[in-house]
Design a protein around this ligand. Structure first.
Ligand code: CP
Length: 305
């Protein structure tokens, strides 16, 4: 049981909430292995509104809802909905809330998840709002780190290569920053440095972080967390072209210290395919963890566990 009914930002994810989600996710993973599905949400309808492209988040929410035997409503693009006619996100949420028991929404504009959540009268999950936040990805990422290392405290995490625009990096840093002994190294060109508000949050909590352009500094990290340059968010295409191939993880950059390599995916140029068979490379397992995590989250917000 949780009092949380609308997950908009990873700021809402406390260590206690994380523990609750992980415990239920372990239970859901057992259900998937043993019998594939359960009827915990068989009387519920979940609306999936994905107004920005998605493969993993959309399909893992769909798969999670299917495995919980919920009904699913889809709204998959602005172009095929009345948003195209000029209807506001708020009105879309108000109407959709009358058709379902929970809304999961991916929205293109940073900050729009909060507006959407405030407009809807049913539980709400932010599935990524522009370059702002991706809180369910942070749940998946921390679950994968805990599985691999057995802890979330006392780890050094290197993050690249677009900390400015990667919502997955923003959300992960905010969750991990609550654990003692966590250190961050942000790797990016100067134009893609992590946003000031995020860095100021770290400074205000006296959390150690370092910024560099040197990709080989991943050597000192326990966890390497990479995300593609967010091409669709660049205002200057030349800036993207300039950095696209400069920031790439190769096998030669890994060290004995490297315990885990993660990427929320899609992988474009940030990780060379030769890294895939390294024992620390865990990005495909990370993507599969999206199902038990999202099953757990939907059940928690709907008071079914
Ligand atoms: N990790 C992630 O958000 O991937 P998608 O954009 O494919 O959903």
């Amino acid at each position: 049981m949780t009092l949380l009914k609308k997950l908009v930002s990873s700021i809402q994810i406390s260590p206690d909430f994380l523990h609750q989600v992980f415990t239920i996710s372990d239970y859901m993973a057992r259900i998937i292995r043993q019998r594939g599905r359960t009827d915990l949400l068989s009387d519920k309808v979940i609306a999936l509104l994905f107004l920005e492209p998605s493969s993993r988040t959309m399909m893992s929410f769909q798969s999670a809802a299917e495995r919980l035997q919920a009904g699913i409503l889809f709204l998959q693009s602005k172009e095929t909905s009345s948003l195209q006619k000029g209807e506001s996100v708020e009105d879309t949420m108000r109407v959709t809330a009358g058709y379902c028991d929970m809304i999961v929404a991916r929205l293109p504009k940073a900050g729009s998840a909060e507006i959407a959540a405030n407009a809807c009268s049913v539980p709400f999950i932010n599935a990524g709002d522009g370059s702002n936040e991706h809180p369910t990805q942070a749940l998946v990422d921390t679950y994968t780190i805990r599985q691999a290392l057995g802890r979330l405290q006392d780890i050094h995490v290197a993050l690249g290569f677009d900390p400015l625009q990667s919502r997955s990096i923003h959300s992960l840093v905010r969750v991990l920053a609550q654990f003692p002994g966590v250190r961050f190294t942000f790797i990016s060109p100067p134009s893609l440095r992590a946003p000031d508000d995020l860095l100021n949050e770290l400074r205000s909590r006296s959390i150690e972080f370092f910024e560099t352009e040197d990709v080989s500094s991943v050597r000192g990290a326990d966890v390497i967390y990479l995300n593609r340059l967010q091409e669709e968010r660049f205002t200057d295409p030349k800036e993207f072209d300039l950095n696209r191939y400069r920031f790439k993880l190769t096998k030669a950059m890994l060290s004995d210290r490297t315990k885990l390599i993660l990427d929320p995916l899609p992988r474009i140029d940030e990780i060379a395919p030769e890294v895939d068979d390294h024992p620390a490379a865990s990005y495909f397992r990370q993507a599969h963890n999206g199902i038990p995590i999202r099953m757990a989250l939907m059940c928690l917000l709907l008071d079914r566990v």
